[in-house]
Every structure is written in C-alpha cells, then in structure tokens.
Design a protein around this ligand. Sequence first.
Ligand SMILES: Cc1ncc(COP(=O)(O)O)c(C=O)c1O
Length: 410
Amino acid sequence: MFENYFSKNAQKMKGSEIREFFELTERPEVISFAGGFPNKECLPTAAVEKMSSRLLAESEEGMLQYSPTEGQEDLRKYIVKFMAQRGIKVGIENILVTSGSQQGLDLVSKVFVDPRDKVLTEAPSYVGGLGAINNYQGDIISVGVDEEGIRIDLLEEELERLACEGETPKFIYLVADFNNPTGLTIATERRKKLVKLAEEYEFLILEDDPYSKLRYEGIEQPAIKNFDREGRVIYLGSFSKIFIPGVRIGWIVAHEEIIQKMILAKQATDLCTNSIGQRLITACGEAGIIDQQINKLRDFYRKKRDVTLESLTKYFPQEATWTEPEGGFYTWVELPGFLNTKEILLKAIEENVAFVVGSAFQVNGKGHNAFRLSFSQPDIDEIEEGIYRLGKIIKGEIAKRSGNQKCIGC
Ligand SMILES: Cc1ncc(COP(=O)(O)O)c(C=O)c1O
C-alpha cells in the first residue's frame, strides 16, 4: 500500500534470509544452530544487576541523562586501554562509541558509499555488513576465500580489473578473526598484504572485529589495524559477544577526520548511544568483570566448538566438508553441489533443527549448497543430537540423488 511513498533507496532495501526463518528457528523445541546470539547461560546477570544498582545510587544523572554523541569520555578512555591490549595505539579522539558494531557498519556505509560505488567483501560475508552496504546502494564485489581467509590473488585480479575500468573501490569489508559465517581467520601475511594493497590502490579497509577475544586455541593474530600507517583502516569493536549484546555498545576506531564526519552522521541517527549501557560497560570494564567474563566464555564456547567438530566427523557424510574455527561462534559446512540447503532446512525444521542457509551470506547467488552452523546457543547434548539429525537428513538426500535408498540413515 505504501510502496509508492517509500524513497527509491528504501524500495531497494530487502530483508535478510536469516530474519525470514527467525520465527521458525527460534521456537523452543528447535535445536537452533541459526542465531549468532551469546549463550543465555553465560550472561553475567548477577554482576550486571549489582553494578547497575550501585551506579544508579552513585550517579543518577550519569546513567539517565543524554551523553555526548562521540560517547562518554570514561568509556572512550577504557576503550583506548582495551585497544592497547590488542596492540592498537590510539587516543580518545580516534574513538566513537556506537549502538553496537552494527551501527558502525551503517555509519561507515553512510559516510562513504554513494549509489553504485564499488565495495569489496569476502565471499561469503556477514549479512549485516552486506545489508548496510546495500542500503546505501553500494555495488558489492565479492572475493573468494580459502582456509587462510581472503584470497589475495583474486583480490589483486579484481583490483586490476577495476583499475582498467577506471574504478577505485571505496573500501573492503573484512571480518578477519573467526569470520561470520565461515569461522575462518585471515593469515598475518595476508593482513600485511591487504594494507599494502590498500595503500597502492588507494582504498580503505573496514575491519569488523567482534570475535577476536573469543579464541579457543592457537596464537592471537595482530589486527589489520596494527599494520595501518596512513589511517586507511577503520576498525569496529563490540561488547556484544564478549559481554552483553542488550546494552548495544560498540565502537569505531579511525582517523580523527573520519570520526568527526561520523559524529555528524550519528547525530542525525540517534544523537547519542545508550547512557546506562555506557556507564555499565565502563564500570564493569574498570572492575575487571569484562576480562573475567571473556576468560569464562573461552572455556565455555571451546567445549561447544569441540563437540560440534567431533559430531560433524561422527555423523556427517564424507561428501561434506566444514571449517575448523579456532574461535568465535561459527563453522561453515559445504555439501555436494547437487544439494540445496534451503530444501534441507525445510526438512531439518520438521526434525526441529535449524541453521542458516549459505545463500544468505552471498550477493552473487552462490552458497546454495552451504550453510552456517552457530554453536553458541545449543547445549552440549543438543549439539550432538542436532548434528546427528542433520547428518541423517543429508545422508538421506545424497542417497536419494545417487539412487541408493538403502543408505538412508547409515
Ligand atoms: C561480524 C559481525 N559484525 C557485527 C555484528 C553486530 O554486532 P553488534 O551486536 O555489536 O551490533 C555481528 C553480530 O552477529 C557480527 O557477527
């Protein structure tokens, strides 16, 4: 009814496939590998309750009043220290507090993307990042990945091709650590090369990093931002996965000139980020509660990751392949090309299991035979049972296609 009233831009906005299936996948009887939510068992309810009452009693105004658009100064100072732990040395003038890193994705797209501007992404890539770029009508060009993350050879080919057409991409969007959806991490040498290419071809890098603290094995990789000499890397952080998503606190680290422009963009969006959340995060951070929570989460999710990978080996057919993430929430499963994971999802939902289909993370119609499994929410027993049920469905589908019905469920 209102289609003609919507702006041309709004008419082009489309919902993600994750949201389409949300109602089905979040029913209580469903073992859901769909959402990338932190596990509810691990939410630090008691610490948050205690700290909130203390803060309210101490400084009602600091909690309940508007705050500066760029974020409360104490929180920005805490973020500066938090970034220093990651080896990123910046001042508070380089920090903008946002309503989750999702707002960071929106603000970056808002201030950099004009309709038809070229933006590079990994393929597959986080739906929320793709959605933000799409909303400003950026022209997304996806670059393939292998087990060490984005393929530099393919990226160079793409950059050359664009250069021949007289085009410079505005930025490349990357989730370098434990990517959503693949769980992959970009190798250090590739991170250095990415910065070199950005300098050579004069584009920016958007590094979205909500997961790097959730490492369950292996050595922490330096952030791409660590190699940045010219201020080309815009870094997004978030307290959602490592502490609590409900307060919606994330941040942007960038060159001061970029931060100033984003402050203007944010003023028209929400004036300022949630004051209660900012005070709470600062106080919990300063009291060491966030660091304790991160340590606890590493042990908690490591077990889930391990059971996920063991169950995949035990119950999935040999035709399936999957990534082995060293951290984060996700593994990416690929099935033979003749299978369609949308059809498999419908069967899985009948068996009360859910995941997100691979095509949700692609812009080029690929991913029909892949899916994302998120192991953050189900408990250990549910993970094994859910993967057993999925394995049975997939084996059945493979057997059907190869005319070998006897094999169903084997
Ligand atoms: C890669 C990535 N970026 C950004 C977000 C958004 O997180 P936030 O809660 O900080 O807005 C998510 C959430 O799943 C994510 O996986």
